[in-house]
Design a binder for this molecule. Structure first.
Ligand code: MG
Length: 377
């Protein structure tokens, strides 16, 4: 048995507020749709992800490349979009779970329960029995009561054996609000499994904040600073932020004396609360003599990753009269980005003089300051 999850993300709904459709809005560390996709990708019984997109979204970077999914162009209606997803699954899956991309909090338990029910039913879907009293109303007044016995609020994923559902869709071209309606119109039986109050559909303003609360979303954000100084000595170049810059002197130090990299490295150690560069790479240890400083920075970056953090940004300021930094700034940004495995847009390298004041002003050395932000999703 091969099981595919079809994530339907083709809607244009912006009722939840914001300028982009709700499934592409940010919820913690990823978009609403990316949470839904990850829930299925992480589930051991799901073999394949199919993401149905609005045609306008296909050529954008709205949808995540991780987790990997087959991308399918949706249609004019929800039903047409689902049909496109089912046709993409045909020949590749026996079971399909069709899920709204706007339900980011789908639990593994519901996925388990829907799949288990498919052993004995054509279809299965989660729902919650209505417990609130239901009224009819008009013009702001109650006009009658509605018996709630036997009423359910439907959720997704709605699971089916692919072949009969695909036949139902092809035979029935009327629009339907969900796949259970299509399946039942074709005479298929659909089991109800217990839904989950947290499996909300992001629809109205405030739903994103509710979802964040339910996820217990508390992003751990850390900030660290670093400061370093190296003095000038004889030589014909300096290393600054991973770039060799011609100069009539060199910076002295145990390593290659790249003061910019040292400051950024210390800022990462600082944010982690894990010491400093001298502690991890003691100057007394001869193996670091003349070492290229990217080794230190790579160590700090991997230590951050080992501790569950990713680097959100790094900002480094070099303080010197000479050499002039401006012409080398773009190369420094890309060198730092390469070493740190980040996009260059997350790195800043700036420079200032100290107005000829102090040791940097007198050209005795170069100072560097750095700030980094680490994020644990
Ligand atoms: Mg240093």
């Amino acid at each position: 048995m091969t099981t595919a999850a079809i994530i339907v993300a083709a809607g244009r709904g912006t009722r939840a507020g914001g300028e982009i459709p709700k499934q592409w809005q940010q919820l913690g560390d990823r978009t609403v749709a990316a949470h839904a996709m990850k829930a299925f990708a992480d589930h051991p019984l799901i073999d394949k992800l199919i993401l149905v997109l609005h045609p306008d979204d296909v050529e954008t970077n709205l949808w995540p490349s991780d987790p990997a999914a087959d991308i399918v162009r949706g249609g004019e209606t929800r039903r047409a979009s689902v049909l496109a997803g089912l046709e993409a699954a045909e020949g590749h899956a026996d079971i399909v779970l069709i899920h709204d991309a706007a339900r980011p909090l789908i639990s593994p338990t519901i996925i388990d329960d829907v799949l288990a029910a498919l052993d004995t039913h054509d279809g299965a879907a989660p729902a919650i029995a209505v417990t609130d009293t239901l009224w009819h109303g008009a013009n702001g007044q109650v006009t009658g009561m509605q018996n709630r016995d036997g009423l359910y609020r439907a959720q997704t994923p709605q699971g089916f054996h692919l072949a009969p559902l695909l036949a139902s869709h092809r035979a029935n071209t009327a629009d339907a609000t969900d796949d259970v309606a299509v399946a039942r119109a074709a005479g298929l039986d659909v089991a109800i499994v217990t839904g989950d109050e947290e499996n909300i559909k992001i629809t109205m303003p405030g739903d994103l904040a509710r979802a964040e609360k339910m996820m217990g979303y508390q992003m751990d954000v850390r900030c660290g600073n670093g400061y370093d100084v190296h003095r000038f000595g004889p030589g014909d170049h300096v290393w600054l932020c991973g770039v060799q810059v011609p100069h009539d002197r060199a910076l002295q130090g145990h390593s290659d004396a790249d003061v910019g990299i040292h400051a950024v490295t210390d800022a990462i150690y600082g944010a982690l609360g894990l010491g400093d560069i001298g502690q991890h790479f003691p100057p007394s240890d001869p193996q670091w003599k003349g070492a290229a400083s990217h080794i230190f920075l790579e160590h700090a970056v991997s230590l951050a990753a080992e501790n569950g953090y990713r680097i959100s940004n790094a900002d480094c300021t070099l303080v010197c009269e000479y050499p002039k930094i401006g012409p080398h700034q773009p190369a420094m940004k890309s060198a730092m980005a390469r070493i740190m495995g980040l996009e260059a847009t997350r790195i800043s390298v700036k420079a200032t003089t100290s107005e000829r004041l102090g040791f940097t002003g007198r050209g005795e050395g170069i100072a560097a300051l750095a700030t980094v932000t680490l994020v644990k999703p």
